[in-house]
Design a protein around this ligand. Sequence first.
Ligand SMILES: O=C(O)CCC(=O)C(=O)O
Ligand SMILES: [Fe+2]
Length: 219
Amino acid sequence: MYKQLNLWENGETLEPATVQSQITPQNLILPDGDLVIYPNLFDTTESDQLFYELYNNTHWRQDAIKLYGKSIPLPRLTAWYGDRGTSYTYSGIEMNPEPWTSILLQIKSKIEPLSNVKFNSVLLNLYRDGKDGVSWHSDDEPELGNNTVIGSVSFGDTRRFMFRHKSKKYASQEVNLTHGSFLLMRGTTQQFWQHQIPKTSKPVKPRINLTFRVIITST
Ligand SMILES: O=C(O)CCC(=O)C(=O)O
Ligand SMILES: [Fe+2]
């Protein structure tokens, strides 16, 4: 039902040729959306190292949502880091960020020049195997404001990232998010589109995803 993306066009870059393959963006032409992907922003060696560090040193937590009075564990582990004062309510769970670590700041500094924003928080997800996933949603919580920018970095096994337009059903698409990839979602993407990482019965190894966000703070 979902076709693999084939609508990429190469973007332009001003970087030296040596690093060009890593930072050449592929823009996705989508109605009412603005998605850009850098398939290999982090090379394999760097990605292996970052995966290992994040897997072992993140304060992963098992959160649960309340549904009809029952507590249901999320099918993934999560963690929240960021500037002080950027608390965030996610699926009814209030998250208070832990302070930035050097590794998170290292990743953040690599994606910020490509994103044209300063991110002040990051939500990490650990998909332990194919039974973990995230169901259809938009990242449109009020703390993010309109036209929010979300910078999504992936390490570990490849998973399918699917997105569907809220009313233009024919426009559904999907892309594989690979080890070391960077996906930038901006403009009206969250207003008009939903996304998910489906569970899979295929054997998959763990995957870590980091969604860097700009939380609007009152101070
Ligand atoms: O794991 C991913 O690529 C997506 C995660 C996500 O959509 C979220 O945390 O809001
Ligand atoms: Fe999301």
